[in-house]
Design a protein around this ligand. Structure first.
Ligand code: AGP
Length: 620
């Protein structure tokens, strides 16, 4: 996730900015940069890689500048590189901005700015902000006397720029003609002000301010902040002042590292409503029941002639692929199959020009998946990627693809990447389906329901305390069976993988219908069966599976649809909101993630770095 820090006040800004970036390093990034406003000039220094590289570059030119902004970048538009690193400046170097989030309409804005003579230095969406601000300021400046932009003009220009943006942003801007202030704005991407004595700080999360300030103010959506040495003013976009509550900054280092959560895994589970929304952002056309996947534009024609999809992946990404198989067959009407990448690469796969091979990978570096796509390319298949890390090897070696925009996933156990992958697979099913006979009505229904998912996820997350209690109840079980059918069979595998990975307990995932073919012999009081059984097309079948287990003294923990009173009488139940059957895995997986997390906490293990595991398996 990108990180922002800014400073304006009585001390040289450089030290705080570098220290602040270091405190944000845990969020994951690929490059960093700093801009200092010194004697009416903006000086920027950028580095690919770690903040330490940036610090090395800075050492050769320590500056006494008392105002500056800095950024750690997690690439979304434009590969990781020095020129794509923030801060970004305008044509004349009079404005510098840093930005977190995604500007959905940046292509149109960039094209229009280019036609008006603006020269771009980077591939990022962010740079359009600097050039728009330049335009709005020169428009304001034309009305100012002697070319000095009055403070209100900088602010007015800033607001005029904001009103042209679509998407999500946390922005901090500074201008040579207004060295005594900095402007900030927030829409969906957090920003927090740090209040000092004759100095002000700003950051994308409070952990960057630990040790420098005692009181903070969180910006809310559609608010701007004017900050200066003497303090701050928060306003609405219509320039009405907003009184804000100043909060004490009480963080210890560990809590600060995980933005208030005890572990990255918990933070990433709770990030899912936002990461899911980010995966959808700018990619749905609800009125037409369609999906717009810019990353597939170059292969759009070829995709129309595809009659078979093979998905290759590993681990959690293999489980999301299994959900995608159901989606693609049911809604895109395309034959789909899923192969474990580690097996696929040793088989003699029968592929041809009408086959699309899709690699799903959070890291984009998994050796088995990489080997699988190289094999597929050899055989002439169209190779696509659904990847989270921008510019990763798999992303670069596929013919085209769609990024998940989940932000860095730090915990070894994958959670938000899974639900973001499902978002992309749902979009892909919609995209292909609407070319192949999926009706407008169904397309609109799917699009509408996808937009509800973040809200439904929030509702599931409110049950964290109840899930924690159930985890305490079952934490010492000898054996766990995870059972699900159809869209939720992959969730059974995913739930079992989660608890194996971080709680080191023997757990197996099975299709519920498979119980009769052997596993039911396992059932006794030592086994808890986690049954994923929302009210869907196979609900009744699941109920009879549950009865068979209860009859043999097995314990049941059911994931059920809100209001399922019958289940609540027979078993421990965690409820999820009703949604389209194809989207139930997105909601049912959250209780499984939290259950595994709390069982592992009960057992006292290292949640974020489980034994024997690596975040990315780059070796065979
Ligand atoms: C999931 O919790 C595991 N960390 C692991 O199974 C992981 O999903 C697998 O190694 C694939 O990684 P990738 O998505 O980065 O390719």
């Amino acid at each position: 996730m990108c990180g922002i820090v800014g400073y304006i006040g009585k001390r040289p800004a450089q030290d705080f900015l570098l220290e602040g970036l270091k405190r944000l390093e845990y969020r994951g990034y690929d490059s960093a940069g700093i801009a200092l406003l010194d004697n009416g000039k903006i000086k920027t220094v950028k580095a690919l890689g770690k903040v330490a590289e940036l610090q090395l570059k800075m050492e050769r030119s320590t500056s006494s500048a008392m105002a500056g902004i800095a950024h750690t970048r997690w690439a979304t538009h434009g590969k990781p590189s020095e020129k794509n690193a923030h801060p970004h400046i305008d044509c004349k170097g009079d404005v510098a901005v840093v930005h977190n989030g995604i500007i959905e309409n940046y292509r149109e804005l960039k094209e229009a700015l280019g036609k008006r003579g603006h020269a771009f230095r980077s591939e990022t969406d962010t740079e359009v902000i600097a050039h728009l601000l330049e335009e709005e300021m020169s428009a304001q400046g034309r009305s100012a006397s002697g070319g000095k932009i009055r403070e209100v003009d900088f602010e007015k220009a800033f607001v005029a720029m904001l009103k042209q943006l679509k998407g999500a942003y946390g922005i901090v801007a500074m201008a040579t003609k207004n060295p005594e202030i900095m402007l900030a704005a927030r829409l969906s991407s957090p920003l927090v002000l740090g209040i000092g004595q004759e100095e002000m700080f700003i950051a994308s999360d409070a952990s960057a301010l630990v040790g420098d300030v005692k009181r903070i103010v969180y910006l809310d959506d559609n608010e701007i902040a004017v900050i200066g040495k003497e303090g701050y003013v928060v306003k609405t976009l219509s320039s009405r002042k907003r009184e804000k509550e100043e909060l004490p900054l009480e963080w210890n280092k560990t809590v600060a590292e995980h933005s208030g959560y005890a572990h990255f895994m918990l933070k990433e589970i709770f990030e899912q409503p936002k990461s899911f929304a980010d995966a959808l952002r700018g990619r749905l056309i609800p009125g037409e029941g369609k999906a717009r996947l810019g990353g597939l534009r170059t292969v759009e024609k070829r995709l129309r002639s595809i009659n078979r999809i093979v998905i290759v992946s590993c681990g959690t990404s293999y489980h999301s692929a299994l959900v995608g198989e159901y989606m693609l067959e049911e809604y895109a009407g395309i034959k789909a199959e899923v192969e474990m990448a580690s097996e696929f690469r040793y088989r003699k796969p029968l592929l041809d020009k009408k086959t699309a091979v899709i690699a799903i990978s959070q890291s984009g570096e998994t050796a088995d998946t990489l080997a699988a796509i190289r094999e597929a390319k050899e055989k002439g298949a169209l190779v696509l990627g659904i990847v989270n890390v921008v510019g990763s090897t798999i992303a670069r070696e596929t013919d085209a693809g769609v990024y998940c925009h989940a932000g860095p996933e730090i915990s070894v156990a994958s959670t938000k990447a899974f639900t973001s992958q499902l978002a992309i697979l749902a979009l892909l099913s919609l995209y292909l389906g609407r070319q192949r006979g999926l009706t407008l009505v169904m397309g609109k229904r799917i699009a509408k329901e996808l937009l509800q998912i973040p809200k439904y996820m929030e509702r599931v997350l409110t049950q964290a305390k109840a899930i924690k209690k159930l985890a305490k109840k079952y934490a010492k079980q000898a054996h766990y069976l995870y059972l699900g059918r159809k869209y939720n069979y992959p969730n059974a595998l995913e739930g079992a993988l989660k608890i194996k990975e971080i709680a080191y307990v023997p757990a197996q995932g099975y299709p519920t219908g498979e119980m009769k073919h052997g596993p039911i012999a396992l059932i006794d009081a030592s086994v808890v069966s986690v049954m994923i059984m929302p009210k869907d097309s196979v609900y009744e079948k699941n109920v009879s599976g549950m009865e068979e287990i209860l009859a043999r003294g097995g314990k049941i923990l059911a994931i059920a649809t809100d209001g399922d009173a019958m289940l609540a009488k027979k078993a421990d139940v965690i409820f999820i909101p009703k949604t389209l059957e194809m989207l139930t895995p997105l909601l049912a997986v959250i209780p499984l993630q939290l259950f595994a997390y709390y069982v592992a906490v009960e057992r006292g293990y290292d949640i974020d770095k489980p034994r024997n595991l690596a975040k990315s398996v780059t070796v065979e």
